[in-house]
Design a protein around this ligand. Structure first.
Ligand SMILES: [Zn+2]
Length: 255
């Protein structure tokens, strides 16, 4: 199959998955089923027909308003759909039609879902963490026992490290410094990136969180949605982890 066809197919699939991710991000924090009922307009309750629900294009054709009541539909929906389409297309382009591409696309989609729910609700649904952990381990099965073992060790490392940080934070600050969602999230991340990737993710996430969020939180007193920064760190660890770790070993440790 020509490369362009593969990328286009992956992007189309990504758009559909992005559409489903929108449903998850909206409903999971509200403890609603993601399968039932079908999408309705929050303004008038009208069921949204399939032709208005086509990713990105449906929103564009309606110019961001409900067909019946003209209530505005957030631009976030087509943006998430376009982003996930780009993510799946980019994974197919970078890794070819392979398990690695599928793993990268699934991982990126999970991280985006976590970042969106954490930013908005300060919570990370179990479906993304425990569900993602199961997906991450399942995607390692084609890599054989050693691949699966790396995933399990990574998951245990992610869970233990964040559990330790949360425990120490509570001792030092005498209040909950990190939610259970972050701990479960890092178990999921570990299944995808391994234990070295876990260290890189936490380091990168803490660095990014400090640089970006401390100036904001000093002014607004808002809580830090740490999952957003861990998600960014995890994406870097997945894409460039091997390069960064190799650089660290030769340049810093002198191996
Ligand atoms: Zn409506």
């Amino acid at each position: 199959m020509p490369e362009g066809v593969v990328i286009a197919f992956a992007a189309g699939l990504g758009a559909a998955i992005g559409s489903f991710l929108n449903v998850c991000v909206y409903r999971l924090p509200r403890n609603q089923s993601v399968l039932h009922p079908p999408s309705t307009c929050p303004g008038c309750g009208q069921r949204i027909p399939w032709y208005d629900n086509v990713p990105v294009l449906g929103w564009l054709r309606l110019r961001g308003r409900c067909r019946r009541c003209r209530a505005p539909i957030s631009v976030e929906y087509p943006l998430v759909e376009a982003l996930v389409a780009a993510l799946w297309g980019a994974a197919a382009w970078a890794y070819g039609p392979s398990w690695t591409a599928l793993t990268a696309a699934v991982f990126g989609t999970l991280l985006l879902g976590i970042a969106l729910t954490d930013a908005r609700h300060y919570l990370i649904p179990d479906e993304f963490t425990w569900g993602g952990l199961a997906l991450g381990l399942a995607l390692r099965i084609p890599g054989g026992w050693s691949g699966l073992a790396q995933g399990l060790i990574g998951a245990a490392a992610g869970f233990a490290l964040l559990y330790g940080i949360a425990w120490a934070g509570e001792k030092v600050f005498r209040k909950e410094a990190m939610g259970g969602g972050d701990i479960k999230m890092m178990a999921m991340v570990g299944a995808f990136v391994g234990w070295q990737g876990v260290l890189l993710t936490v380091f990168g996430g803490a660095l990014l969180g400090t640089l970006v969020f401390v100036p904001i939180s000093l002014r607004t007193k808002k809580l830090v949605p740490f999952g957003v920064f861990l998600a960014a760190g995890a994406a870097v660890a997945f894409v460039a982890g091997d390069v960064i770790i190799a650089w660290y070993k030769t340049q810093i440790l002198g191996f």
